[in-house]
Design a protein around this ligand. Sequence first.
Ligand code: GLY
Length: 343
Amino acid sequence: MNNMSESKVLRMELGEFSYDIVIERGALHRAGELFDLDRKVMIITDDGVPEEYADAVADMAAESTVFTVPQGEMSKDLGWYRAILTKMLKLDFSRLDCVVAVGGGVVGDLAGFVAASYMRGIDFYNIPTTVLSQVDSSIGGKTGVNLNGIKNIVGAFHQPKKVIVDLDLLKSLNTRQVCNGLAEAVKVSLTSDAEMFELFEKGNIRENIDEIVYRSLMVKKNVVEQDEKEQGLRKILNFGHTIGHGIESFERLNGLYHGECVALGMIPMVSGELRPRLVKVLESLHLPTSIELDVDGVFDAMMHDKKGVGDTVTITTVDIPGHFEMKKVSFDELKPLIQIVGK
Ligand code: GLY
């Protein structure tokens, strides 16, 4: 499945909340057929996404409004959430109307949470426009915003009605943005798909991007189907995120992207044998493999992240690609691991 010019549909099987993920180049322009847009449609995007993507959806809808937030994590907050809901209320959106996200992870999480909570939940469609959102955040139903510097602390599980993964939309991204998203694909290859990890080791990533996106979605679909609400298995999707989020919160002013922090966060979580192979893959993707850091600062930020219960957190480790182990550890046990990526 190297060249995916044809359409692929993955069905996320979640009982009455099941939905299709349509993977097809050019499918943005079929949103009118694939989604039910014959109603009021709130299209949420950001100012880093080419305007024509949201406009294309707007042109296919019966009655549309495009709401554009500033690009970046700062938009995932209660202020923008409230502003969008207020607009919907003013425009008399009803329970039968819908929300469409056209953007990356921030837009998807914010728009999804708007849809999850407006009138106790209305239909939500997602058109992810970044590698990160296409391989990870657009499916699985996690929605939410940040509060007081804590990521995703307010939110809801609200599955989309359908997702369009149109790889042509990635054309406008620069290399750094593409590689940022690929870090999440490396993540699932390590925990669950050894063949995909080999693809990363072989190189030619641009050539194999269709296959990488498809395989990542397959892994995520399988995990979410088994554990939608993250009671157990779904925690593997947080592989690399415990230390990664600590670095991200602490290093935010230094401008590291989410995927870059996850790249750093994965390194201490693999076996000593696998580590040089992972570092090589990350280097080939221009992702960071070490940074100047303040271990205490990252540690405090990690504790503040609130993903743990009490002073313990469930982490995932990988010894060889495709084999993971989950274990509960104390935050104190994690502290020396942070130094592994310190310069
Ligand atoms: N991005 C992790 C998850 O969806 O569970």
